[in-house]
Design a binder for this molecule. Structure first.
Ligand code: PLP
Length: 462
């Protein structure tokens, strides 16, 4: 969708003198100064979003602490993580690379939650030695935690990642609309199968170098319907109760509800169904906390002092970033068909939209013609040898070489998915705050692209 003036803009975007601004920065100047293609993050927007998560959940959870633990995978950039660290956020990490990003981003180790499948001995050793918490995904990981804990003479703080069965719920997934959420949440690989977790609970209690501190779920962005979230929480607590009975009345003191919250505008590349209203953060927070509280009470378990956690990814980041690309060439056909193309210097392979047809969900603005009428129609096509229909036959002002196109809502799971197809160096990233702009990830170079390539001696003379 094309954007004019404040229609569908977020609070850090504005149009001034025909140009698109992000915070106090003119995007056209940013494109010239830093080069395109370029990811541009609004620091103010990110900070505001984080504070909103914290405020919303805290308002509905007087019983204990609330931790926002953003999923680092949505934007694994060290400077971005530093902003979230300054805001007091913890962190969900998957694997050793994201753990490194969290540490370099200054996250206090005790606020890091090490998630992920097949955690090997080395990541478990690192987590225990720095005092990070481990979210167990299998009985095997529990045993490794105890062994490594013994070697280090340190107790491993662990959570059990549960896979509650969603009972009678017949709702389909927004990700894969042909499939039921209750089936997907069972058949997807992550989490501990219920048949394995039930004996694992008492085992965790018995092991001397393991302390089971809590439980975890992550449904993912399967649905925005509060009724689905309510069923998830009821089933979660039902499984917690089963564990509690097997664990001599154990009650988890840290309860994590994972991520999966839709972003306010919900313009998602990887979600098939987005065309119904997104609940507000207050609605999510109210529903989750009240259903959790009442289900715990129903099962005779106290919630007093329990720390709750959420791990937003797309909901936190999606709308904090835009992507700038420059028109390099215009092509026109007028003999067999009437058609015109604007060739830009970005690509679907930088935007996580390979094979997404016909047009991705990113709203767009021609940043240097932001107030001009959309009196022309173009295919905006990317730079690789693919067909690269970034936008097919979209209304835009008359385009010419040098124009800058801004693609909005590109803050979650876009930049980390970029690839080097056609041996292209990947775009850089900047952060803006008021009228200040700084590079936080430099543009890749051709030397970077070929940095891992090796030529055996016997081929060097050819
Ligand atoms: C364990 C965990 N927590 C949080 C998230 C973030 O999910 P979302 O971006 O849907 O909020 C993910 C995403 O895959 C995850 O695996």
């Amino acid at each position: 969708m094309t954007i004019k003036n404040n229609n569908n803009m977020n609070s850090t975007l504005s149009i001034r003198n025909n140009h698109l601004y992000i915070e106090g920065c003119d995007t056209v100047e940013l494109a010239a100064r830093f080069g395109t293609p370029l990811f541009v993050l609004s620091e103010t927007h990110l900070r505001n979003n984080l504070r909103e998560y914290k405020r919303a959940f805290q308002a509905h959870w007087p019983e204990g602490e609330v931790r926002v633990m953003p999923a680092i995978k949505a934007n694994p950039t060290i400077a971005v993580r530093r902003i979230l660290t300054e805001e007091g956020a913890g962190c969900d990490v998957f694997g050793p690379g994201e753990l490194e990003c969290a540490l370099r981003g200054g996250v206090p180790p005790e606020m890091i939650s090490v998630n992920g499948s097949i955690k090997d001995r080395s990541i478990i050793r690192k987590a225990i030695s720095i005092g990070a918490r481990i979210v167990l995904d299998s009985p095997q990981e529990l045993e490794i935690c105890n062994q490594v804990g013994e070697e280090l003479n340190k107790t491993a703080r662990v959570m059990l990642r549960l896979k509650p069965y969603l009972g009678d719920l017949e709702e389909k997934s927004d990700f894969l609309p042909q499939q039921e959420i209750r089936e997907l949440t069972q058949t997807i690989k992550y989490g501990i199968p219920t048949s394995e977790v039930l004996p694992m609970g008492p085992r965790a209690m018995a092991l001397p170098f393991v302390e089971p501190v809590g439980v975890h779920i992550h449904m993912g962005r399967h649905s925005k319907k509060l009724s689905v979230w309510g069923q998830l929480i009821d089933s979660y607590v039902g499984l917690i109760k089963q564990l509690s009975e097997l664990m001599n009345g154990w009650i988890p003191q840290e309860v994590d509800f994972g991520g999966g919250f839709a972003s306010p505008q919900d313009k998602e590349t990887r979600v098939a169904v987005t065309d119904y209203p997104t609940p507000t953060l207050d609605q999510y927070a109210e529903l989750i906390t009240s259903r959790f509280r009442s289900a715990m009470q129903r099962h005779g378990m106290t919630t007093e002092g329990i720390m709750i956690e959420v791990e937003p990814g797309r909901g936190l980041h999606n709308e904090t970033m835009l992507h700038l690309t420059q028109v390099h060439n215009i092509k026109r056909e007028s003999i067999n068909i009437e058609h015109q193309w604007a060739e830009v210097d970005t690509s679907e392979v930088f935007l996580g939209i390979m094979g997404v047809n016909p047009t991705p969900p990113f709203d767009y603005v021609v940043a240097n013609k932001a107030d001009q009428p959309d009196d022309s129609c173009f295919d905006i096509v990317g730079v690789t040898c693919n067909a690269e229909w970034l936008y097919q036959q979209v209304p835009v002002p008359e385009l010419e070489a040098g124009d800058i196109v801004a693609m909005l809502n590109t803050g979650a799971y876009i930049e980390p998915m970029a690839t080097n197809f056609n041996a292209l160096p990947r775009p850089g990233m900047i952060v803006v705050c008021a009228d200040q702009a700084d590079l936080i990830k430099r543009h890749e170079t051709l030397d970077d692209v070929f940095a891992r390539h090796l030529v055996p001696e016997r081929l060097k003379n050819s």
